[in-house]
Ligand binder design. Structure first.
Ligand code: ME8
Length: 666
């Protein structure tokens, strides 16, 4: 790569045998997160994704759909492109292996290897698996089944062309040993090393007779054969640079900085592609990163099981940024992960609704109320120890994140960002700006708290951008910053101590609504799988059930029996967030938690004359937990807060001792 500022990121090119699912989305969003981070840092990024349109799988899918293979590809390609648009994927090029310039490039490389004597013709007999499109040797096959997919194999004999892959075994082994970052993560590197040290690398069959498979690129030296789909597909990484970039890009971007792939296709990349490049005298990519595999509720995702997760349905319910966040928040990149709606909802509620969403909303609400909607300059310390802790965390964070992106530690980066969010929450709780606001003497300290929280949010917005581009934009805009994330940001954006103009804030609606698992709340997550009979059509997104709008329960009689009383379920609940209901003096909208990992609720309570919303956060209150949901000023309330007083609230009911939220009260 001639230009050290250049960076070339690729995803696999996906087979167009069916609609895209969460696995395809995973690799593509990962590449997008990287691309966005480095572009914002000023690197010249080329990000390539696309489609693998030849081969048996695609031909079979076209036959099943009853249409010509090219028509089938043309029908499916927009579905991938549409999903990438919805997922905010910022690829620079989209390759389709049926593009004419790609086909010529493949033929040119084949001819070059043939002329160099690196491709030869021979007879071949072996056990063939149609599904995996590959031959197996006698020792691989047990009971007539493919060792990979366990489908029956058949014995086939045919003329074939072979690429002299075996002769590169030692060179490849040396390359892997000398370049510790070439195959990542370490466990995958060891797998490939283990294979190359214990087994003999054979030559690779790179042709298919047209009589068996016609849907492929014709061999330039034999009109009766097409090339093996992998020889065609892998070449995309270099052919795209020849015709899909705005300027001649081969010298600038090759070798690729990172090929992102799933663990299923590590061998084809680490062994086939590397040896092909050696034969072509081209440098090897700097890194091949094989990430893990998503299962669904512990099971392999497959069409026949009917559990293939449809990204469209998830986006419809929780939104693009929340989905992008979820993909990397829990599962370390490189390891397998299990998709479950419950985990997704728990992560989203705690990280987004109660985490970053709440931090922004409470900070801006206080700036509105106590600082005339302008971020104040910092005054003297309010809580010196916590302020020092925040400053230390925030100062080291950009460096940590950069290191994380170099090693593709997507999850660790999010963890570090959320540590800062947690520190800020703790800071606001302890500094209690709503108390400071009561006396003009405390105004300088109050300003420090508001300033520090805003400064942290500014940094968080930059660092979250690669994962959640839309949210980052909203954060910046609400903080009154005029940042343009489509261009590199100045270094000062990453510096904790950089000047912070006293900007006017622009508070908008909450960033993330809370998600319910049952259809009683604001938003629900419905089944996100693609039905097994799904065709190539874009699945219709699930529409969440509308929340019930039942009126409040009738007034209780003057005297009730113990049985009547036992019908009322009272519970302790912890206030997570609180804000005023617009245009109401009395109503506050509370989000309360009924315990670790447990339920959360929204309650609208008429306590706004007595309490400032900020003063309630973290308080343990008592609620009627089994009251039918009702709407107050158009906002759903899922319960009632117990308070003393008649028409005027005098105080909230609470428990003297320290009990867990969700504890029954009787
Ligand atoms: O293999 N979990 O295409 P493909 C995580 N055309 N990632 C998954 C996944 C899952 N359950 N399922 C799929 C091909 N993926 C070839 C590639 S490249 C020159 C040719 C992702 O449509 C993951 O990136 O089968 C995996 O490697 C890729 O999709 C396979 O896509």
């Amino acid at each position: 790569m001639s230009n050290p500022n250049s960076l070339y990121i690729t995803t696999p090119i996906y087979y167009v045998n069916d609609v895209p699912h969460i696995g395809h989305a995973y690799t593509t969003v990962a590449a997008d997160v990287l691309a966005r981070y480095w572009r914002l840092r000023g690197r010249d990024v080329f990000f390539l994704t696309g489609l693998d349109e030849h081969g048996q799988k695609v031909q079979q899918a076209a036959v099943k759909a009853g249409i010509d293979a090219q028509a089938h590809c043309d029908r499916l390609a927009p579905q991938f492109q549409e999903l990438w648009k919805r997922l905010n994927i910022s690829h620079d090029a989209f390759i389709r292996t049926t593009d004419a310039p790609h086909k010529s490039a493949v033929q040119r490389y084949l001819q070059e290897l043939f002329n160099a004597g690196l491709i030869y013709k021979a007879d071949y007999t072996g056990w063939y698996c149609t599904f995996d499109e590959r031959f197996w040797t006698e020792k691989d096959v047990t009971a007539g089944l493919c060792p990979d997919c366990k489908r029956p194999v058949e014995q086939l004999s045919e003329h074939n062309y072979f690429f002299k892959m075996g002769q590169y075994q030692e060179r490849l082994l040396d390359h892997i040993k000398q370049h510790p970052d070439f195959i990542r993560p370490e466990s995958r590197r060891n797998e490939v090393l283990g294979f190359l040290t214990t087994q003999t690398l054979g030559d690779l069959s790179i042709s298919r007779p047209k009589s068996r498979l016609s849907w492929g690129i014709e061999l330039p030296f034999d009109k009766d054969c097409v090339t093996y789909v992998w020889f065609d597909a892998l070449v995309n990484y270099v052919s795209a640079l020849e015709y899909l970039s705005k300027k001649p890009a081969f010298d600038e971007f090759w070798p690729a900085s990172v090929h992102l792939v799933g663990k299923d296709i590590l061998t084809t990349h680490a062994v086939y592609w590397s040896t092909m490049l050696m034969a072509l005298n081209l440098p090897l990519p700097k890194m091949i990163f094989a990430h893990g595999w998503w299962t669904v509720n512990g099971e392999k995702m497959s069409k026949s099981r009917g559990n293939v997760v449809d990204p469209h349905k998830i986006i419809e319910t929780i939104g693009t940024d929340a989905f992008r966040h979820f993909l990397f928040r829990e599962v370390p990149f490189g390891q397998d992960g299990d998709f479950s709606q419950t985990t997704m909802v728990t992560i989203l509620n705690s990280d987004l609704a109660n985490g970053i969403g709440n931090l922004l909303s409470r900070t801006l609400t206080m700036i509105e109320r106590f600082a005339n909607s302008t971020i104040p300059a910092a005054g003297p310390p309010a809580l010196p120890e916590l302020e020092a802790k925040i400053a230390a965390a925030a100062t080291s964070l950009p460096g940590k994140i950069e290191h994380g992106f170099r090693s593709l530690a997507f999850r660790e980066n999010l963890q570090a960002i959320w540590e800062l969010i947690g520190l800020c929450d703790e800071y606001i709780d302890k500094a209690a700006p709503w108390k400071l606001a009561k006396s003009p003497d405390n105004l300088p300290q109050l300003n420090t708290v508001l300033h520090t929280a805003s400064r942290a949010l500014r940094l968080i917005s930059v660092l979250l951008y690669p994962y959640m581009p839309h949210t980052a934009g909203q954060l910046a805009q609400q903080l009154g910053l005029s940042w343009d994330f489509s261009k590199p940001l100045p270094q000062t954006a990453y510096e904790w101590g950089a000047p912070f103009p006293q900007a006017k804030i622009c508070k908008g609606p909450g960033l993330f609504p809370r998600i319910e698992t049952q259809p009683q709340g604001a938003k629900t997550v419905s089944d996100a799988t693609i039905p097994p009979q799904s065709t190539a059509a874009i699945p219709t997104p699930a529409i969440p059930a509308p929340p019930p709008t039942t009126a409040a329960a009738p007034a209780a009689p003057a005297q009730i029996t113990i049985d009547d009383f036992m019908k009322i379920q009272l519970k302790t609940a912890k206030v997570i967030s609180a804000e005023r209901v617009p245009k109401s003096e009395k109503l506050l909208k509370l989000q309360v938690s009924l315990g670790e990992g447990g339920e959360q609720r929204q309650i609208v309570a008429g306590i706004g004359k007595k309490y400032e919303p900020e003063a309630l956060i973290g308080k343990m209150i008592i609620i009627v937990a089994n009251l039918k949901p009702a709407k107050l000023m158009g906002i759903e309330s899922q319960g009632m807060v117990l308070a003393a007083g008649d028409s005027e609230v005098r105080g909230l009911a609470t428990i003297l001792e320290d009990v867990d939220p969700g504890t029954k009260v009787k």
